[in-house]
Ligand binder design. Structure first.
Ligand SMILES: Cc1cc2nc3c(=O)[nH]c(=O)nc-3n(C[C@H](O)[C@H](O)[C@H](O)COP(=O)(O)OP(=O)(O)OC[C@H]3O[C@@H](n4cnc5c(N)ncnc54)[C@H](O)[C@@H]3O)c2cc1C
Length: 509
């Protein structure tokens, strides 16, 4: 009989691929299966946020993503009599190596992640569907159905549902998925458009709603996204309908042609009641779905995965307590709900027929947005939320402030900023990192050895001197996902020892 897998990853969209990449670095035993025979080629997400690029950088894929994408995209807001250009790069962020919204199709993002996995000897098992599960003692029996109709029973300690909005894992674990559908219908098409300036995102803000054209490149030059005119029947989507809507929403003479893909869809805003139930975990669209406003869905899913993978790996190896797994929901469900709220607000502003909101959308926003974007401060603040750089786990049970917390610099639960530039690369996982700042001589080897005893194989020590985001002497413990678990001013390490004893107990050998 074969030993149970540590983890079965169900679904090889961006969330499952990112989870597999992280599990691989820890030597966790896992399989990743996907019911579809091939990856998706029609692209959904079109943009990668700075925090996702930072989080993926330790796997060595972010440079490739940037090379394949467009980091210097311009947004052109079309008003009745003028066009307002706005930059989606150089956005006033100084503490990240990726101060831009990277335009890259989801198909390309998935292809880069899948190539990385192949290079690591991990194959996605396609044409393999999770059918049902059964809890058996300390493991789960997972019934997989293969393309040829055969069934296979696989034992796994944990099962992670990265299987999208209609998640089988979620249903099998009996986890609810509450929320609502928006009443509007949207039209989506990949096609050619004559009359549009190439290489920019075009938005048309009208009283009736919004129309977008995104530069896609492949399989067509443009991705069109528009709201179906309210009150019109849900007729089949064809070129004539798309042209009619374009003519209604813009006075520019745009000629649509050669559609490669056309569809319509309704949007939902829903969240899983729990992100964990016993051995079952949910990540990505299986845990939260919302409007594409703000380009958050795929990014949030990838970051769910990178919050969970190292926790599963360390608990499975017996190096961290079971309790660490509880912090996954504590940390990521808050992020999921805040993304649902924020995208809902953006969506309501973009589609509402309320006269006040409509006035704000069509008249005020276009005038104020360029002014706000010109001022570095507000521009940075807005972009910090959208870029997901502002995500923190300050209220997580796995976040602790030392007896003396530094007054300035990043706080416990924050991401480690890339300040000075290169700091993130220098301190990247897979393990934990102990950061020591101030004169190197103040950190006595004996005190360090005492704090790290029994877990020094999992913690790397960095004496940063003055090259750190804190102005004074600080010791800080960086988690494998780039967030600060513990931060204290000064050189007394009792608090750090307590933190480590709780979350990374010494090996008793
Ligand atoms: C029009 C549109 C535009 C969007 N734009 C953006 C954007 O700009 N930025 C952004 O961040 N997000 C965007 N999104 C959202 C983004 O596409 C999703 O959030 C993302 O695909 C979620 O990834 P995932 O891996 O969690 O799920 P999915 O991509 O849905 O992958 C789930 C996988 O699980 C597999 N699967 C399902 N059930 C089973 C089973 N029982 N057994 C085995 N395999 C199974 C499926 O075949 C699939 O491959 C957009 C979405 C849409 C619809």
């Amino acid at each position: 009989m074969t030993a149970p897998l540590d983890v079965l990853v169900v679904g090889a969209g961006p969330t499952g691929l990112a989870l597999a990449a992280q599990l691989r670095t820890y030597g966790t035993t896992f399989r990743i299966v996907d019911r579809s025979l091939d990856r998706a080629y029609e692209s959904r997400a079109l943009a990668i946020q700075p925090r996702t690029l930072e989080a993926l950088a330790p796997f060595g894929v972010s440079d490739e993503l940037v090379a394949r994408g467009n980091p210097a995209m311009q947004l052109r807001m079309h008003l009745r009599h003028r066009v307002v250009p706005m930059r989606l790069f150089d956005i006033g962020l100084t503490d990240t190596a990726y101060p831009f919204l990277l335009f890259l199709s989801q198909a390309e993002t998935e292809s880069v992640l899948a190539e990385h996995l192949r290079g690591q000897g991990v194959d996605v098992e396609r044409g393999t569907e999770l059918d049902r599960v059964e809890r058996t003692g300390s493991t789960v029996t997972c019934w997989l159905r293969h393309g040829d109709g055969t069934e296979e029973a696989v034992e796994a300690t944990y099962v992670v549902g990265c299987d999208g909005a209609h998640s089988t894992v979620r249903a099998q674990a009996g986890i609810g998925f509450e929320g609502y559908a928006y009443p509007q219908t949207f039209l989506l098409a990949d096609l050619e458009v004559d009359g549009l300036e190439p290489g920019a995102v075009h938005t048309y803000m009208t009283g009736a709603g919004m129309l977008f054209f995104f530069p896609l490149g492949s399989p067509a030059t443009w991705r069109m996204l528009a709201m179906r005119t309210p009150g019109t029947p849900d007729t089949e989507v064809d070129l004539r309908l798309l042209q009619e809507i374009t003519d209604r929403y813009t006075s520019d003479r745009l000629e649509l042609r050669d559609p490669v893909w056309m569809t319509d869809f309704r949007l939902h805003n829903r969240g899983a009641a729990h992100y964990r139930s016993g051995p079952f975990f949910l990540a990505g669209d299986a845990a939260h779905i919302h409007s594409p406003a703000g380009a958050q869905g795929m990014n949030t899913g990838i970051q769910d995965a990178l919050n969970l993978g190292w926790k599963l790996a360390l608990v499975r190896r017996g190096r961290a307590p079971e309790e660490l797994l509880e912090t996954y929901e504590a940390e990521r469900a808050l992020v999921g709900s805040s993304v649902r709220r924020f995208t809902d607000r953006a969506f309501t502003i973009g589609t509402s027929h309320n006269p006040v909101i409509r006035f704000a959308r069509t008249r005020l926003a276009p005038r104020l947005a360029p002014l706000a974007l010109r001022a570095t401060g507000p521009r940075g603040r807005v972009f910090r939320t959208v870029s997901e750089l502002g995500i923190h786990y300050r209220r997580s049970p796995a976040t602790t402030a030392g007896p003396r917390t530094p007054r300035r610099g990043p706080r416990p639960g924050d991401r480690l900023p890339d300040l000075p530039r290169g700091l993130q690369a220098r301190t990247a996982g897979p393990g934990w990192q102990l950061l020591l700042t101030g004169p190197p001589a103040i950190w006595s080897d004996e005190r360090l050895a005492a704090a790290l005893r029994g877990r020094d194989d999992l913690i790397s020590v960095h004496r940063l001197g003055g090259q750190s985001p804190w102005p004074n002497a600080v010791h800080a413990l960086l988690r494998p996902d780039g967030y600060l678990g513990y931060v204290a001013a000064g050189t007394h390490m009792e608090g750090l020892r307590d933190y480590l004893e709780r979350w990374l107990p010494a090996r008793r050998s």
